[in-house]
Design a protein around this ligand. Structure first.
Ligand code: RB5
Length: 157
């Protein structure tokens, strides 16, 4: 697929490290920055990356900051976009273990992954990326119903 990737200064090095790895798994990467270790604000990088995912330009998004928390919170604020009567919303999971990477795909159909470069090393990050990109959604009815309820929450006043 086409994978959108973004990081702040804290995640810059890990982003550079996992980019060729994502390509080695057979995907195309679009890099939304940042492009150095100069201090930036993670919402400025989470937003264009998440917008590319809801617009369906990109299949999945991967975002990295120091903890993976700030950039995941920001990505999850981007509103879903309606297309052919289906809303595609952001479901960004902050992950630091392989089991959660698999389960958030199977159960939550997570379309964005956030990682903390100060929390996990490159080896674990690659394992998480692989599990996240290669695990399919279960398509179980109860999971679909729950995801639809999440999408509804975005429209609630
Ligand atoms: C930046 O210093 C740091 O706060 C950021 O990378 C991230 O960890 C926030 O959640």
């Amino acid at each position: 697929g086409i994978i959108a990737i973004a990081a702040d200064h804290g995640g810059y090095k890990l982003k550079e490290e996992i980019k060729p790895y994502i390509e080695s798994l057979g995907h195309t990467v679009t890099d939304f920055g940042t492009y150095s270790e100069d201090s930036v604000d993670y919402p400025d990088y989470a937003a264009p990356c998440a917008r590319a995912v809801v617009s369906r330009e990109m299949d999945r998004g991967i975002v990295i900051c120091g903890t993976g928390i700030g950039i995941s919170i920001a990505a999850n604020k981007i509103k879903g976009v309606r297309c052919a009567n289906k809303v595609k919303g952001i479901r960004c999971a902050q992950l630091s273990d392989l089991m959660s990477a698999r389960l958030t795909r199977e159960h939550n159909d997570a379309n964005m992954l956030a990682m903390g470069a100060r929390i996990i090393g490159g080896e674990l990050a690659r394992g998480i990326v692989k599990a996240f990109l290669e695990t399919d959604f279960s398509n179980g009815k109860r999971h679909i119903d729950r995801i639809n309820k999440i999408t509804e929450l975005e429209r609630a006043k």
